[in-house]
Ligand binder design. Sequence first.
Ligand code: MRU
Length: 309
Amino acid sequence: VRCTSAAEVADAIARLAVRGAPAIGLAAAYGLAVEARRGGDVHAAAELLASTRPTAVNLRWALDRATEQGTDAEALERFADGLARAQLEQDKAIARLGSELIAPGSRVLTHCNTGALATGGGGTALGVIVAAQPSHVWVDETRPLFQGARLTAWELQQEGLSFEVVPDASAAALMARGLVDAIVVGADRIAANGDTANKIGTYGVAVAAAHHGIPFYVAAPLSSVDPAAPDGAAIPIEERAEEEVLSALGVPVAPPGANARNLAFDVTPADLIAGIVCEAGVMRPPYGAAIARALAARPETGVLQDRDT
Ligand code: MRU
């Protein structure tokens, strides 16, 4: 997908041509650089880009850091390049740290897509899974848009890992049969207390995992943390078009005239999360203190400068 203006990037983000919290932050940063290059209004472009998807805080975080650089095209492009390099490094650290949580021979379940296609780097939760080399991966198909079946399955094929795509509704049944040893998912926004918004269906997986005593981990960079949101109730949840639920990839499944509710994300309470893996380490409950410490230790911009690489 070739974008030559911020409006085209905003459209690509809104229709999920690029999706996944870190990847949309990165795309938006490049969107500003492209807009500056064509002589457009960078601040208006930032507002347009920020309005596309409300839940992933990486989008707003990247736009705020980018506009701090000014409106010069070269400076904005340098910032976006630095962000891309930083995400690669962060993903590597997350994969290494998170893989230590997964015992050899584990069967791991994941939800949505958190691989390279979602970050621009090596992936967060899926990066952890690939680094851990589990014996099997259960891939939730991730209704209504099938990020699991379409993207995660493809990425696992490239990695040569053993996996099966499963309907979202079967995750609890797989746990009840003793077929799941650990769960790793990504995040769109982590509140200051550790409550975590992620793709709709994640919360149900976490509830079932708690019932079955299975560890449920979140893997995400610190740019997914929103210290201004005290808890999950403060996280805005995107609602998308009814048609995404009433049809499956364009094929109508519900009768004409049926209505649908399409919450794109849900919030998993911190007390259901065994650990949050970020580039600085594995945070454990109580998350409030651990998150505050990790944010305080983070470099000012969270973006690598040329001299850092
Ligand atoms: O609607 P999407 O496909 O952008 O949702 C993506 C997710 O929920 C991911 O789990 C999250 O953004 C983390 S991606 C590393």
